[in-house]
Design a protein around this ligand. Structure first.
Ligand code: PMP
Length: 395
């Protein structure tokens, strides 16, 4: 065992009994390189993070320039500094006009925590509704609205007044009442294995929330930043949220999250008490320049218009491939379903040995996750699909 590997087992926390043990020394574009200089295609973007590819030169340049100026300031709406202001303005310019105020945090879980607190404070209600098989993060608040009892049980008691509905089931919308502060929902369910709801579900949900004064918190942590082919997943599913949460791909590889809402709703954090939400590092100058550069790359490199063609190519290769029971897709967000976890795991392991990184989903272990950097080229898609096809044909 290499020295680094043995130190990893001695000193780093492991959350599964069988770590992947990939020892990575470099990353660039869609590629990761291990200590033996073996090249891997990262077909999951470090779980929906490297949407503009690993170490995009423009993102790296912005970070370098910023660390030479200043790296840390008091961040939570007290000091005025251009990286944070420019990013908040940029977000407002690409979002519907009512989503005009941003609170920056450091991760997806924190964005969810902030959004939940804000919705409860603004509505003066405590009940929260979320969906079966939804993952919104691992902190206690986010865990309380997780759509899977098995993952919650060992950590009870969690926050009270939470309810689950079935994602996409119109009937269940009736559980939303005048006591419900917010529904937290993904536009495309990620960890459930890329599940989508019909347009009628979103219409009815929107209608019910308007009637009951319930806020819609759309978790855009995996669907945001171009993943579905639209900049945000709610634009793909076509509904209008009151609050959105961002993280993962937002920082182009650096840790930043955010929740965005109207100035009216966000003002609930300003008084009674003042400093209703505080973060030491959220909106850090270095992470905000990385996020701004990431959004600019998506626009300047015309990434969104390129997604339908790339998505179609994946579909063409994989939809009818041997052993595939179902192929689900929202842009470059895909699930390949097999008959069992064992089959899926075997395919994932062989792909890895051939230099292709895929994964399964937290709540759908029979399905293979495919969520490549959005910058992946046509040729890299062909290479990736040919590896998968080859594995499936020889299984
Ligand atoms: N929401 C969704 C939809 C996610 O996929 C994740 C992370 N997998 C989170 C929230 C939590 O984000 P983080 O790990 O940055 O806390």
């Amino acid at each position: 065992m290499s020295n680094l590997r043995s130190l990893f087992y001695q000193h780093c926390a492991q959350t599964s009994p069988t770590p992947l043990e990939l020892e990575i020394i470099k990353a660039e574009g869609v590629y990761l390189f291990d200590q033996n200089h073996k090249k891997y295609i990262d077909l999951i973007s470090g779980i929906s993070v490297s949407n503009v590819g690993h170490c995009h030169p423009k993102v790296v340049k912005a970070i370098h320039e910023q660390v030479d100026k200043y790296m840390h300031l008091m961040v939570y709406g007290e000091y005025i500094y251009s990286p944070q202001v420019k990013l908040a303005k940029k977000l407002s310019s690409i979002l519907p006009s009512h989503l005009n105020t941003t609170y920056f945090v450091n991760s997806g879980s924190e964005a969810i925590e902030g959004a939940i607190k804000l919705a409860r404070k603004h509505t003066q209600r405590s009940e929260l509704i979320s969906c079966n098989n939804a993952y919104h993060g691992s902190t206690l608040g986010a865990l309380s609205i997780m759509g899977n009892e098995e993952y919650k049980n060992s950590f009870q008691p969690l926050i009270p007044s939470t309810k689950l509905i079935r994602f996409g089931e119109i009937e269940d919308i009736s559980l939303i009442t005048k006591h419900t502060a917010a529904i937290v929902i993904e536009s495309v369910q990620a960890e459930a294995g890329i599940r989508q709801a019909k347009p009628e579900f979103w219409q009815k949900l929107q209608q019910k929330c308007a009637e009951t004064g319930t806020l819609i918190i759309c978790d855009e942590i995996q669907t945001g930043i171009g993943r579905t082919g639209k900049m945000f997943g709610f634009q793909y599913a076509n509904f209008s949220p009151d609050i959105i949460t961002l993280a993962k791909g937002f920082g182009g590889g650096l840790p930043i999250g955010a929740f965005v809402t109207s100035s009216k709703i966000m003002s609930s954090f300003t008084n009674n008490p003042i400093l209703g939400h505080i973060s030491t590092f959220g909106g850090n100058p270095v992470t905000t320049v990385a996020a701004l550069a990431t959004l600019e790359v998506i626009e300047e490199e015309n990434i969104l218009p390129s997604i339908p063609q790339k998505a179609d190519l994946f579909k063409k290769y994989l939809e009818k491939a041997p052993h595939v029971i179902d192929f689900r897709q929202a842009g470059l967000f895909m699930a390949l379903e097999f008959d069992s976890f064992e089959t899926n795991k075997k395919i994932i392991d062989i792909c890895l040995s051939k230099g292709l990184i895929t994964d399964w989903f937290l709540f759908d272990s029979k399905s293979m996750r495919i969520a490549p950097p959005l910058t992946i080229s046509i040729e890299e898609i062909e290479i990736s699909c040919k590896i998968i096809m080859d594995v499936l044909k020889n299984l």
